[in-house]
Ligand binder design. Structure first.
Ligand code: WT7
Length: 658
């Protein structure tokens, strides 16, 4: 990995480099916050003094243990760090049981379906539903340590399934419902999953998603690993059931609502979540039980400054880390009320989010820049038609937010009264790392502000010196923290090389480039590796290239990103075919075929926005594809790179026209 690289992203987000507006928290906000600049400074001091004691203190205060731990951080196996390792607890107990004494009737989930119907589920009811289902899983022979794949729509039962696994100590791996059967099969095989939980059908934007059918295809490709498929009947849609399939309602029909939690060690894996890297297959990011939950809960409380009457809404699907930490775990551990939404922001029209904020009196709203940008495009005036006065805090996550979208979010959605927390973190960090604390820090549009207390985040140059203000460098995390990735599932070697490269001396390297301004605010500039961020979703260029060359017509493919107004980045594929290079209608037809092919291989999110054909790819004499050149071509820029090492310079013209 190169330490400092001027990637496509760095250039594309140049606008943030000129941003200098500052928005201090309003007096009205400060009047109701519990976390101000003083508390923040105090927390920082405590963490600086003794990191281990700082996190141990939080772990004792915020989590309920079966057996208390005696040691905080254990670095003896670095970089395989452990936290609170001799303590035992249960994550589901921490999310559910411990609220039953104090707030059994508080609404935990407001689950709104695609069609607009809503269900209100209290902590007591959620607890019972989790216990029933956990007992059902138990009756199928699921025990602690077994892997269970969850391939569900974004509904309350997706959360129930995750919590039920946690209750039994079973390791879940949620796969986003948009992934193809092939991607699903890959994950089933890699995790060696015994059970798959799905729904007969899902709905997004009024369109049916055939989850069960995809599971059938995936299971058929999975070497007979899967013993049972549990199917939740989303509706009456006719469904072909096979011998290994069992309906959710049949599985739970004879069960009781009493399911004692299985106590596990703090380091017991809670889940595996697959994410894209720059090379090879998706990585199985493995998270712990206690450290992960502590990170999710503590950051939820700090960043969202959570108060008892808040209605929280994170729009992420549980198929992504955001939906794990800020839907399935953090808010429940905090005893919060939250909205869970099955549908999409644009159905039945582009006011869905605003209408739902009004209807459910949402006070904290957490979404992705892509959603904001697409809603600006589809109806910048729509928020004004709704009563959004319940909002007090806004959040952004997943990709850099451009200042223009930030300002619109702030003024039009937040009415100029709600701070925006722009949170930088990753699947691997498990919880938010950089963010303004809303009552403590003035915000700047496009900046993730500062590390949360207890995190030592730095930006280094190639000599491992902190970069000067406004100088780009590599974002690293210097010290371990509780919610960090523990390893890659069954691939400890890749864990070490991917995140702790030798040249960074034991530091965690995030894969992003960043800079600080004169006030020390962090600004994320983009990935330093071959990972794209399309609509806040991570895609490896190599994964898409492999998908393309799996098509018998394709000889070679190179994939790069180009900036996109709505999705942040868009996938551009340069392809050479085995046969003749198509032109005109034949080319259009071929583009359609290949886009659909990538959709089938990986999932719709990976479909290239552009495909261009040429007789060859631009390579150096040593045979390396010149990606930087392709990036310039993809965005239609003038070629400024040195092309003297290019073997076939004549190809450039064809690529530009392709
Ligand atoms: C990558 C991680 C964070 C959970 C969802 C995505 C980019 C994430 C921000 C932000 C700028 C961001 C980074 C990071 N990213 N949040 N607020 N500003 N960039 O998790 O799929 O693991 O992706 O998303 O490039 O490395 P992920």
């Amino acid at each position: 990995m190169t330490a400092v690289s001027s990637t496509a992203n760095t250039e594309s987000h140049a606008s943030v480099l000129h941003e200098n507006r500052v928005f201090p928290p309003s007096a009205a906000y400060l009047a109701q916050t519990t976390l101000n600049a003083d508390t923040f400074a105090q927390l920082k001091r405590e963490a600086d003094l003794d990191l281990d004691a700082f996190w141990s203190h939080r772990a004792r205060e915020l989590l309920t243990w079966e057996k208390p731990f005696t040691q905080g951080l254990d670095e003896t196996q670095a970089p395989f760090y452990q936290w609170f390792a001799d303590g035992t607890l249960n994550v589901s107990f921490n999310c559910l049981d411990r609220h039953l004494g104090t707030q059994p009737d508080k609404v935990a989930l407001i689950a709104e379906a695609d069609d607009g119907s809503a269900e209100y589920i209290t902590y007591q009811t959620l607890y019972e539903r989790v216990c029933l289902f956990a007992n059902g899983l138990k009756s199928l022979g699921v025990v602690a340590g077994d892997r269970v794949i969850i391939y569900m729509p974004m509904v309350a039962n997706a959360v129930v399934a995750m919590q039920a696994c946690a209750r039994l100590g079973a390791i879940h791996s949620v796969v986003f419902g948009g992934f193809s059967s092939k991607s699903l099969a890959e994950r089933i095989i890699d995790a060696e999953a015994k059970v798959v939980i799905t729904a007969n059908i899902g709905y997004r934007g009024g369109k049916p998603i055939e989850l069960k059918k995809t599971v059938d295809e995936a299971v058929a490709q999975s070497n007979n690993l899967v013993e049972h498929v549990v199917v939740w009947a989303r509706d009456q849609t006719e469904t072909i059931m096979q011998a290994r399939d069992i309906w959710w309602h049949d599985l739970t029909a004879q069960q009781t609502t009493d399911c004692p939690p299985v106590w596990v060690s703090a380091e017991h894996p809670l889940f595996i979540l697959y994410t894209s890297g720059s090379t090879g297959k998706p990585k199985g990011v493995q998270h712990s039980s206690a450290g992960y939950l502590l990170g999710a809960l503590q950051s939820f409380k700090w960043t969202f400054d959570q108060q008892p009457n808040d209605v929280f809404w994170c729009t992420a699907d549980v198929g992504w880390i955001t939906g794990h930490s800020y839907v399935a775990y953090g808010p429940l551990a905090a005893g919060a009320t939250q909205v869970v939404f099955e549908g999409v922001p644009t159905f039945p029209d582009a006011s869905r989010f605003w209408q739902m904020i009004e209807k459910h009196k949402v006070s904290i709203f957490y979404t992705a820049p892509t959603a904001i940008r697409s809603l600006i495009k589809l109806g910048a005036d729509l928020p004004a038609k709704h009563d959004l006065s319940s909002l007090r805090l806004l959040g952004s996550v997943g990709e850099p937010i451009n200042p223009e979208a930030w300002i619109w979010y702030y003024n039009v959605v937040g009415g100029g009264r709600c701070p925006i927390v722009d949170t930088w973190w990753q699947t691997e960090t498990g919880s938010q790392m950089l963010t303004p604390l809303p009552g403590a820090v003035a915000t700047k549009p496009g900046s993730c502000a500062f590390p949360l207390p207890g995190l030592s985040i730095n930006i280094l140059d190639e000599a491992l010196h902190p970069t000067a203000p406004r100088e780009a460098g590599t974002l690293v995390i210097e010290r371990p923290f509780p919610s960090m990735v523990r390893t890659l599932w069954r691939d400890p070697e890749r864990f070490k090389t991917a995140y702790f490269p030798e040249e960074f001396g034991g530091r965690y390297v995030a894969g992003d480039s960043a800079m600080r301004d004169e006030d020390g605010y962090f600004w994320i500039l983009g990935r330093t590796d071959d990972v794209l961020n399309v609509s806040g979703h991570r895609l490896g260029t190599m994964e898409i290239e492999s998908a393309l060359v799996a098509n018998p017509l394709v000889a070679e493919a190179a994939v790069v990103g180009r900036p996109d107004e709505v999705t942040g980045e868009a996938v551009v594929a340069f392809v050479t075919l085995k046969g003749e290079r198509p032109t005109g209608d034949a080319a259009l037809e071929m583009i359609k075929t290949l886009k659909a092919f990538v959709g089938q291989e990986i999932g719709a999110i990976a479909r290239p926005a552009d495909i261009r054909f040429s007789d060859a790819l631009p390579k150096t004499r040593s045979g390396k594809i010149m990606r930087r050149l392709l990036r310039s071509i993809a965005r239609g820029d003038a070629i400024t790179q040195d092309i003297s090492t290019l073997e076939n310079p004549a190809i450039i013209k064809q690529l530009q026209e392709g």
